[in-house]
Design a protein around this ligand. Sequence first.
Ligand SMILES: *Cc1c(COP(=O)(O)O)cnc(C)c1O
Length: 520
Amino acid sequence: MNREGRGATTPITTGTPAPTTFTGNHALELEEGLLFEIGRTEVTGVDIEDAGDFTSRLGGHERKLSLDLPGLAEPEAMRHYVRLSRQNYGIDSGLFPLGSCTMKHNPRLNEKMARLPGFADVHPLQPASTVQGALGVIKELSRWLLSLTGMQAVAFTPKAGAHGELCGMMAIKAAHIANGQKRDIVLVPESAHGTNPATAALIGYQVKSIPARADGTVDVESVKAALSPQVAALMLTNPNTCGLFERDVVEIADAVHAAGAYFYADGANFNAILGKVKVGELGVDAMHINLHKTFSTPHGGGGPGAGPVVLSAALAPFAPVPAVVTDGESLRLVEEEGEAGADQALGRMSAFHGQMGMFVRALSWMLSHGADGMQQASEDAVLSANYIRACLKDVMSVPYGERPAMHEALFDDAWLEGTGLSTLDIAKALIDEGYHPMTVYFPLVVHGAMLIEPTESESKASLDLFIGALRDLAFAAKAGEKERFLGAPHYAPRRRLDETRAARAPVLRWTRPPLAEAAE
Ligand SMILES: *Cc1c(COP(=O)(O)O)cnc(C)c1O
């Protein structure tokens, strides 16, 4: 493994340099090779009997070489992953200010519910009669989602927000085809998340960008000017990625509908308006909901996402299969397109019914909060973001500062002018201070953007510590302490990486170094 990137062990401000350790370990932070490097093929946790003589039915495709899996004793394997996990930052280790990602606490009650054997042990191919409880959870979750959004139908199978966008946009495309319409343009505001234009392009639409106004919201007049019989849909995030509520959303929706197009809403920022706004009343035709953002199910390294899509009456008939329907006293799945109830279904988004474990967690969060608790959660999320903005606006610069923010606080890099430092340097220095960086350089409409989303799950004490760290960094930046920033992170297991090279020439596969091979 490349160890050249090791962090400096010398604190920057105080005297005696720390000695280098013999092991490469730094107290709790342990240095270890990759599994393949520390494993020995002759060691294994499982004994599988030799297959003996057999006649292969694989037509010569059977594997002839050894599997070459790393062999480790159970404690070695455990330690390896525990050590790795300690080098990672997670919502359980500290405040996770990543904007647009809604990194909120994952309550342990949700985990307990998801681990109930009746949910954890069901198999997707079990007969519906034996999984009525699991189908009941899907039905109940859909009741909550429809009531929270004021929409008509919900498609459960998309596995993430971006997958939900694909589902919603495919429903829009299916609706246009069913209506005999040939439309090939999708309008996307320039502040949109990259997945929006990517989704539209993936299913063959041409993407037309809509500029933002000076106040950070979408320019209604530009939307109207861009609408034509060629436009299939507008994709809009509300509140938008600058953390601002699009106040003209109804006027925009009306214009979109008058032009025969559909209104896709990116629901990733639903946490800001949960229980406050029913998007169906804003004229939305399709919106994905990131259960892993708004409804506290783990994401990132913590687990798979789930991106159910709510649909308006106009798009509901095109929802993908499978769908849970009530059949007398029991629940059943409509599995095939063309079946009664799914005669116009757009097809299938994934093999089975969606992320069951995430459905249980999301419903558990909803039920433990109740309708009033969810409203309170979004109010607190908005309050936390505005508190952060108010406490930092004298040292960092706030674009679009005239209006209160929604659930995230956006800063630009104007305050760094003359310091020789960039947004990236601030983010890296934040790592040294024990925080995951905020979202940087997004949204693109703001120069050197820093987007902070504290969510409702941080206490005021925890917000104050985070604000304190950022204030100290801001003062240090302005005082010309450049080394603190340019060399950061000083204390992370790896120093600053060449991110461009990592993206352009990623090394995704480990190959045995030639020397090790020769020694065997
Ligand atoms: C997170 C996010 C998405 C994509 O959701 P995934 O679940 O990550 O695929 C789309 N739009 C916005 C605004 C987001 O924040």
